[in-house]
Ligand binder design. Structure first.
Ligand code: NDP
Length: 449
């Protein structure tokens, strides 16, 4: 990774020393610090109050045991996490991830990113993240329910609508949020809708929340394309993943006139030159919890499944990495650029490696970092919290218009901030600086707490 300014390097060294072995967290911190060079020069007051040093240390980290009984009557044990990173702007807010790769370093990287993302939305929400190394794949509904109930039996005492408001992420969708909310309600004897977001529409959920992250990513990329007089219309697009974010990114890209020809899961990818049949993907991945390889089987000769490889080898105009962190490397970026890719929008969190981002920047590819491009999910969660607080429920159309407006504002704020700090067209710098300044100003105002 490139060297940092001297003061920022000292802060980074402390982060490395305090958080050994947490490489994803180090990567996320380094990227932000790298963007902050012009900010520390212009605003010495942040250094005086040790704002950046404090920002790199979570306010609270909770790690707990999650025992549960599987269908065979065997006792299983997982580890649960909640990292409450920063509450200067509002209650802690961020998703829960259930995936076997989860450990403290992943949750800390996600929580750290969440601070800046939530700040960029302009809404009153702090940053947090949580999860478990539990693997829901192949587990029955009953096992997932018992796991969620056990996790919430410990977590409930640390969350609340004014304290910390979890949501979904990888492995946590509507089913899991339902089980978590049910147990919270039982433990507290309160129908406190605003304690979790991503709820079902009949029990306090918001229209568009399910679609929001993917739709928002497509809206953001559309705004970037407009700066070059272009749009999705007629563009060929590839999307990694086939989960919540990927599915709704595909849906909105298709509505905006693009043709998505490939998507994937952790087993490989499918190419369908005529355009992905999204109803089929939804049926396989959401309803049946199956594998994307089944898509090619169902489409006969029209689609092909390529096992163990990534979508980045498919030629496209626009790429939307929407699966997981560090899934798009420098080699992948070189291949995308060589094949004509002109815009990249991160639906996932930190899916592109730092040297991958450099390849895109050097080649003049429009690049939207996750903390800006995928902020539509948490922004719509904040809209869900607003509806819960006022016991109201808004229409799909109204909520989607709010989301589109929020994404336009985030896009413009990133672009303007990048200009102001001498990095025109660099959305990574724009997002990091704009996100940082709002939270740093709040931290200054709140004193040393
Ligand atoms: P889902 O669990 O719905 O889907 C995840 C998708 O990514 C699946 O297709 C999964 O494949 C694939 N995937 C997960 N882990 C890996 C891995 N280690 N290697 C390869 N593929 C993998 O998650 P979401 O769609 O909700 O989340 C996707 C990304 O978007 C994450 O980075 C998340 O943090 C980010 N995000 C999500 C938000 C939301 O609202 N849900 C909000 C903002 C960001 P398989 O089925 O084979 O596991």
């Amino acid at each position: 990774m490139p060297g940092l300014d001297e003061k920022l390097q000292l802060i980074y060294d402390t982060v490395l020393r305090r958080n050994p072995g947490e490489k994803e967290f180090h990567q996320a911190v380094h990227e932000v610090l790298d963007s902050l060079r012009p900010v520390v020069t212009k605003h010495p007051e942040y250094a005086d109050a040790a704002v950046i040093t404090r920002l790199c240390e979570p306010e609270r980290q909770i790690i707990f045991r999650v025992p549960w009984v599987d269908d065979a009557g065997q006792v299983q044990m997982n580890r649960g996490f909640r990292v409450q990173f920063n509450s200067a702007l509002g209650p802690f807010k961020g998703g829960m991830r259930f995936h076997p790769s989860v450990y403290l370093g992943i949750i800390k990287f996600l929580g750290f990113e969440q601070i800046f993302k939530n700040s960029l939305t302009g809404m009153p929400i702090g940053g947090a993240k949580g999860g478990s190394d539990f693997d829901p794949k192949g587990r029955s509904d009953g096992e997932v329910m018992r796991f969620c109930q056990s996790l919430m039996t410990e977590l409930y005492r640390n969350i609340g609508e004014y304290t910390d408001v979890p949501a979904g992420d990888i492995g946590v969708g509507g089913r899991e949020i339902g089980y978590l909310f049910g147990q919270y309600k039982r433990m507290t004897n309160r129908y406190e809708s605003g304690v979790l977001t991503g709820k079902g529409l009949t029990w306090g959920g918001s229209q568009v929340r399910r679609e929001a992250t993917g739709y928002g990513t497509a809206f953001f990329v559309n705004e970037m394309l407009k700066t070059r007089g272009e749009s999705f219309d007629g563009k060929t697009v590839v999307v990694s993943g086939s989960g919540n974010v990927a599915i709704y990114a595909i849906e909105k890209v298709q509505e905006l006139g693009g043709t998505v020809i490939a998507c994937s899961d952790s087993g490989g990818y499918v190419v369908d030159e005529k355009g992905i049949d999204l109803d089929l993907v939804k049926e396989i991945k959401t309803e049946r919890r199956g594998r994307i390889s089944e898509y090619a089987e169902a489409r006969g000769g029209a689609a092909e499944f390529i096992s163990g490889r990534t979508v980045w080898e498919v030629a496209c105009d626009v790429a939307l990495p929407s699966a997981t962190q560090n899934e798009l490397t420098a080699d992948d970026a070189v291949m995308l650029v060589k094949n004509g890719c002109r815009a990249v929008g991160e639906g996932a969190n930190m899916p592109t490696t730092p040297d991958g981002i450099k390849v895109f920047n050097d080649a003049g590819v429009l690049f939207a970092p996750g903390k800006a491009a995928n902020a539509g999910g948490v922004a719509t969660s904040a809209l869900e919290m607003q509806q819960n607080a006022s016991r109201d429920s808004w229409s799909f159309e109204y909520t989607e218009n709010r989301l589109a407006e929020i994404m336009r504002n985030i896009h413009d704020r990133c672009a303007e901030t990048a200009d102001e700090y001498g990095a025109p067209g660099n959305y990574v710098a724009g997002a990091n600086i704009a996100g940082f300044i709002r939270v740093a100003d709040a931290m200054l105002a709140l004193g040393v707490v």
